[in-house]
Write a protein that binds this ligand. Structure first.
Ligand code: ADP
Length: 652
């Protein structure tokens, strides 16, 4: 692609800069509109303060020279002092009381908006590293930049006001001096602008390096990596990667250091020593040569030139800052401008009756040229059915679930929900009808009840939570938790938070789909973290509680799925067989082969284990799959009493 990466664009027109600044001001209008008023008051107050300072000096000297009435001078002085006192009071209140509060209000509002934006985006955004860059920029920069922009606006306005008055005052006394100052400041402005662009380019280059470093930091910080880090040599590999990133950082800094040094030196000369010293020398020289100049005029012109110099410099810096902010805001806007492609008009989604998949093919985004992960699938599911998707890892089962949930949209073929293409439904409304337990389920740092409800808990919801936990076979473990359903999960924030085992956490995730009245439930490897007995109990419980509901089980452990009304066998993205367990065993195809392989593993595990206990590998086939030949014979025997769908023939 030849198109220039918009992130690398370091020049913005004044119009674009203004648009970007306005974009951030709109955050202020949304979350803290009073801040705009306070900023304008500060700008006017400070501008007036600067102007009054110069005018007062001039008046004072002229009044003394002209022998004015002393009382008038004192009255004027009192007014001036009063104005200063009021402004000082306001300014202090703004800085110490108002600003810290408003910063937090803005922070909360903006971050919430960005998090919500991220939640609504398509899943495919997470496959795109550039999305992460924009997301991180937005989260890191937006609230900080909003406050900085408001402060810049305040400075800009007050300097514009005082600059205009003081400049005309100086120009009326000495036009050349006023023009000289203007030129020096303009030169400084352009140099600083260049300097800012170089700094921004450097930051752009450093951003991906910072991400590498923060990845390593995250791995060492997050508890889910802690066990792996204590094994093998992965931690030294990560440290090497970190050191590599630091080296990259150093060479990037080296690349820019000279440029930044010279530009910043030039900028300080042009906006510091050169015009300041030149101006003072020139004015003294003029005063000596021109006897018509009054002392008041001379001292006012000295003060005015210094004030003007500072004011113009500040104005230049403000414009530089607006330009700099604009570069950063552009990235924030790119993130907020991401629009989900997955959309749909229909908001009224009827209760589930059927799903039909017609000639569905799918390739993940950002894998152009790759093989389709799913190709030409056709299948249908009706209300009340228990369906199983089975197949080896990588066959495409989870991908199909993500398509059913509309986390991605397939490029060809269609999925019909009650006969309507799911692309016509609003994704949010549509997803409300499907309860899903993901293979990589997550437990949140919140109470058991909040985790189960997926939201806030209130007392009247207690029975719902408890029933859902019972449906997920969590009741026994619940009895051991110190605060029952109010127990805090994870130790992220609480020292005595409950640390659940993988299987226990998985049950909490399963309970979520029972806490809401879903008619269609999808369970992706719901028992992958469970031991065989728990798996059997859970299967029983799920079937009992999901009676009348439609359930799609996804698993490569055939013991979990054999009870299904219909089994779909996937291989390399294609549907290769379908039927009941009995039909597929009779067919003696891929399913039967997979079932036998798992049974072999189980037997091997049984022989290898003195007590016949299957090892982790062999648990691929649970006792539910076998008659009373193992230590699980009791469980297996009770299989006979299991619901109809759970029974099946066992390979011998
Ligand atoms: P299964 O659930 O049957 O184990 P998956 O649906 O998870 O299989 O994966 C099918 C294929 O899709 C795998 O080859 C996997 O690498 C690929 N895949 C899964 N997620 C992504 C993704 N986000 N981007 C690209 N490829 C993916």
């Amino acid at each position: 692609m030849n198109r220039q990466d918009p992130r690398k664009k370091v020049r913005h027109s004044p119009f674009r800069t203004a648009k970007n600044v306005w974009f951030m001001i709109r955050y202020v209008l949304r979350y803290a509109p009073g801040y705009l008023l306070v900023t304008l008051l500060e700008a006017l107050g400070k501008g007036g303060w600067h102007v009054a300072g110069v005018l007062f000096t001039r008046y004072l000297f002229d009044a003394i020279e002209a022998g004015e009435d002393f009382r008038r001078v004192v009255t004027f002085l009192l007014f001036y002092a009063g104005y200063n006192a009021v402004f000082l009071l306001f300014s202090r209140w703004r800085l110490s009381v108002y600003l810290p509060k408003v910063e937090l209000v803005l922070h909360e509002g903006i971050q919430n908006e960005l998090y919500e934006k991220a939640r609504k985006l398509d899943q495919s955004c997470y496959d795109d590293p550039e999305f992460y860059n924009d997301f991180i920029w937005a989260i890191r920069e937006s609230d900080k930049r909003t406050v900085q922009i408001m402060e810049n606006i305040s400075l800009f306005l007050n300097r514009l006001l005082s600059g205009a008055v003081i400049w005309s005052l100086l120009a009326s006394m000495d036009l050349y001096a006023a023009l000289f100052l203007l030129c020096a400041v303009l030169a400084g402005f352009f140099v600083r602008n260049r300097l800012n662009r170089v700094r921004y380019e450097k930051k752009l280059e450093l951003n991906p390096i910072a991400r590498k470093k923060s990845y390593v930091g995250r791995v060492f910080y997050l508890s889910q990596y802690a066990k792996e880090l204590r094994q093998g040599k992965i931690s030294s590999l990560l440290r090497e990667k970190y050191a590599g990133a630091v080296e990259e950082e150093i060479s990037c800094i080296k690349k820019y250091v000279k440029k930044i040094f010279f530009l910043s030196l030039l900028a300080s000369l042009l906006s510091g020593v050169v015009p300041s010293a030149g101006m003072t020398g020139y004015l003294i020289f003029r005063y000596i040569l021109d006897p018509t100049l009054s002392l008041g005029q001379f001292s006012a012109s000295i003060q005015a030139s210094h004030k003007l110099f500072r004011t113009l410099n500040d104005l230049g810096s403000c414009l530089n800052k607006f330009n700099e902010h604009s570069l950063y805001i552009e990235n924030v806007r790119r993130f907020t401008g991401y629009e989900p492609k997955i959309q749909g008009e229909i908001r009224e989604v009827p209760p589930f009756e059927s799903l039909e998949i017609r000639d569905l093919s799918f390739t993940y985004p950002f894998t152009e040229g790759g093989e389709p992960v799913l190709s030409h699938l056709n299948l249908s599911i009706h209300r009340g059915e228990k369906i199983a998707f089975v197949g080896y890892n990588g066959a495409g089962k989870t991908t199909l679930v993500t398509l059913l949930l509309r986390l991605y949209d397939a490029e060809s073929g269609e999925i019909l929900y009650n006969g309507v293409n799911i692309k016509n439904y609003s994704p949010e409304e549509y997803r409300r009808h499907i309860g899903a337990v993901f293979q990589d389920y997550k437990i949140f740092a919140a109470t058991v009840a909040e985790n189960v409800l997926g939201g806030e808990y209130s007392e009247e919801k207690e029975p719902v939570v408890k029933e859902a936990l019972e449906a997920a076979s969590f009741t026994e473990r619940l009895k051991l938790l110190p605060d029952g359903i109010q127990t805090q999960l994870t130790r992220e924030f609480q020292k005595n938070g409950a640390a659940l085992s993988g299987g226990e956490a998985q049950k909490i995730a399963i309970a979520r789909v029972f806490a809401r009245p879903f008619e269609l439930i999808v369970m992706d490897e719901p028992s992958s973290a469970l031991d065989p007995i728990s798996e059997y109990e859970l299967n029983q419980s799920i079937l009992k509680n999901a009676a009348g509901k439609t359930v799609i089980f996804i698993s490569h452990r055939l013991s979990t799925t054999r009870m299904a009304d219909r089994i779909y066998m996937f291989a390399q993205g294609k549907l290769v067989e379908e039927g009941t367990h009995g039909e597929l065993m009779e067919k003696n195809g891929k399913y039967a082969e997979m079932f036998r392989v798992q049974a072999e593993k189980y037997r091997a595990g049984e022989e290898a284990s003195p007590k016949g206990t299957p090892d982790a590998e062999s648990s691929a086939v649970s006792p539910a799959a076998f008659p009373a030949t193992s230590p699980f014979e009791q469980q297996a025997a009770s299989w006979e009493g299991a619901p109809e769908g759970l029974r099946g023939e066992y390979p011998r």
